[in-house]
Design a protein around this ligand. Structure first.
Ligand SMILES: Nc1ncnc2c1ncn2[C@@H]1O[C@H](COP(=O)(O)OP(=O)(O)OP(=O)(O)O)[C@@H](O)[C@H]1O
Length: 226
């Protein structure tokens, strides 16, 4: 899927200034950039949820999981997840997702009585088990503890072999370690490339207007701090 010159305005204010990009058929894209730069707005436009100028070619089937989600009805976890058809093309995928996110522990409970992290596990399971070609996740790690962050990242690494994950993340270490491609949003442009190409000290210092330090572990892996 390609998009070209996507431009979005709120009233007279230009939020997104003619971003162009390509979404491959598999892999993980991490969208990074400062608060308010337009990450959510871009994903919503790509998901067809808000109007834009420009073109999107080759519309794909996609799921979009917003940053904040609310359950309005007292539906049970198993009833809610039962809304997703069970015919995912990857054998055993649904079972794997449920196991990693410990959905069995939540079965039989009303979704609106769960804690924030438990609700997020249900929403992530709901999104991951759908057989769509693109899965867009807005800050999926929010509310998850370290164990479930790790398990979620492992799940998307597997999912990215058969679909494309586009996730908004603020943690540069996660973007660096778990992405095939990074989209770094600046006021003027969308910089796309591998983590090594895009997450450079020069780019980060300009975009985040702060000093981002890049270190190396003894094994040579890069890590980031401020
Ligand atoms: N409904 C709206 N009406 C007016 N302005 C909006 C609306 N939604 C978003 N904006 C503005 O659009 C800009 C981009 O917002 P967006 O939520 O896309 O940023 P973001 O990069 O995802 O930020 P964050 O990292 O803080 O979540 C911001 O300046 C925001 O104030």
């Amino acid at each position: 899927m390609k998009f070209k010159n996507i431009k979005i305005k709120q009233g007279q204010k230009v939020i997104i200034n003619e971003y162009s990009g390509t979404i491959p058929t598999t892999g993980i894209i991490s969208v990074v950039g400062p608060n308010g730069i337009g990450k959510t707005t871009l994903l919503k436009a790509l998901a067809g949820l808000i109007p834009y100028e420009g073109v999107i070619l080759d519309q794909a089937t996609l799921t979009y999981l917003p940053q904040k989600n609310r359950f309005y009805d007292a539906i049970k976890v198993d009833e809610f997840l039962g809304l997703v058809p069970t015919n995912h093309p990857q054998a055993g995928w649904r079972k794997q997702v449920f196991k990693q996110l410990d959905i069995a522990d939540l079965q039989g409970k009303n979704v609106n009585t769960l804690s924030g992290g438990q609700q997020q596990r249900v929403w992530l399971a709901f999104s991951l088990i759908q057989s769509k070609s693109i899965l867009m996740l807005d800050e999926p790690l929010t509310y998850l503890d370290l164990k479930y962050q790790q398990r979620f990242l492992s799940l998307i690494s597997t999912a990215s072999q058969f679909c494309t994950i586009i996730q908004i993340v603020h943690d540069l270490n996660i973007a660096n370690q778990y992405s095939d491609i990074v989209w770094l949003l600046t006021v003027k442009t969308l910089l796309a490339g591998t983590p090594t190409q895009v997450l450079t000290a020069t780019n980060l210092n300009i975009v985040f207007a702060t000093t981002v330090k890049i270190h190396r572990t003894s094994a040579g892996q890069r890590w980031f701090s401020v």
